[in-house]
Design a protein around this ligand. Sequence first.
Ligand code: NAP
Length: 248
Amino acid sequence: MSPHVLILGGTTEARRLAADLAARPGVRVTTSLAGRVTRPGPLAGDVRVGGFGGADGLAAWLREQRVDALVDATHPFAASVTANAARAAAATGVPAVVLRRPGWRPGPGDRWHPVPSLAAAAQALPALGRRVLLTTGRLGLAAFAHLTDLYFVVRSVEPPEPPMPPHVHVLSARGPFTVAGESALLRGHRIDVLVTKDSGGEATAAKLTAARELGLPVVIVRRPPLPEGVTAVPDVPGVLERLGLGGP
Ligand code: NAP
């Protein structure tokens, strides 16, 4: 019988994995999306959209849909669904793999200020600059709402949601971004500090290079930890190997 792989998606890596698996004869692949993005783009294989109803709902889905392997390829900051996936896998005995792209690493010349949360990022900001490029996503702007003296350029795929700070310029954009484009953005808005999550990956790394070249400080929000006992693989080949589908 064809193995059925469920991918918890919402990332570039999830899309790549779905394309690889769907191209293999005899493998059935379903990608699950939370439904946050209005036009998520084409995905290979089957797609389902919306929450499962917590770990129990996901466990029920794994049983009903006869899933043989679960791949959590969600974003490094999507901590709830990752916790649910670990619990559902443990409850059902379905083999599970977590795919996490590596975090970014500072290099010579970087002025990074790692912080544990958006609230801590907001606390650090006034001492670092007045004009902020905020790329932490459209949710969570409430953490910055009290910073009434600062000017924010908020860049996100979907429009941000209030509450948010009063002086906000919204840019709707989706990566990949280039260093030249990011430099132009930083200069154009006279940005003096950047705030980002440690999302990792190539598509949105150019802002870090541009900030370094301009000598700007970067407040970088650290990733939430993986659930107890869970280890991740960094890329699609790592997942295929764990699923027993690797090799030439
Ligand atoms: P989250 O806080 O971990 O998840 C909240 C709830 O959303 C989960 O409990 C689950 O609902 C549902 N959910 C999340 N991902 C799902 C998926 N792939 N399929 C079905 N249901 C899902 O997640 P989030 O941070 O809101 O992120 C939502 C989605 O956006 C994720 O798929 C993630 O990969 C993607 N994303 C997130 C970020 C980020 O910065 N957080 C950035 C880029 C993309 P139930 O409990 O009802 O199952």
